[in-house]
Write a protein that binds this ligand. Structure first.
Ligand SMILES: [Zn+2]
Length: 154
């Protein structure tokens, strides 16, 4: 397991953006597979970016650092997907939510309960698991082993 806690602060020099840095997608997903969800936190405006980016898409700032995020939060918005990508047809219908983590960071993901059982302000926990065969089928080749995150009710 890689220790990501001493990750360098952006702006990053080109040779600091290594494959295991959470500022890259491979590094972000490697940490997620280990159970660590990272955001980049903007020092200038406080925005939390998931996955991390070396520049802030809220204010354009370049002064960010990677920070582990809590895996708990609440549902801000949710919907039901009835017509998914064809590879996921057997999963439909399924629920997708925007979740605000306890840190204030927001991200989208599938929820493990039917739409009728979801609710605004529902407490959820983010879990990461290896992708199933249908999820691998719709992934690009370099994404095939990246973990899948879901939200389950707490
Ligand atoms: Zn910012």
């Amino acid at each position: 397991m890689t220790d990501h806690t001493d990750t360098p602060t952006a702006p990053l020099a080109r040779d600091e953006v290594t494959a295991d840095s959470p500022f890259t997608l491979p590094g972000f997903f490697a940490a997620l597979a280990d159970g660590d969800l990272f955001a980049a936190v903007c020092e200038d405006c406080g925005k939390r970016l998931i996955p991390p980016r070396p520049a802030c898409y809220a204010c354009g700032g370049r002064n960010l650092h990677a920070e582990p995020q809590p895996n708990t939060g609440t549902v801000v918005s949710y919907t039901e997907v009835r017509t998914p990508p064809s590879a996921l047809a057997d999963r439909a219908p399924y629920t997708v939510a925007v979740v605000e983590l306890d840190s204030g960071a927001r991200l989208t993901g599938r929820v493990t309960v039917p739409y009728a059982d979801a609710a605004i302000d529902m407490s959820v926990r983010l879990v990461a698991r290896p992708p199933d065969a249908d999820e691998r089928e719709m992934a690009l080749s370099y994404e095939a082993e990246w973990p899948i995150h879901e939200f389950e009710p707490v």
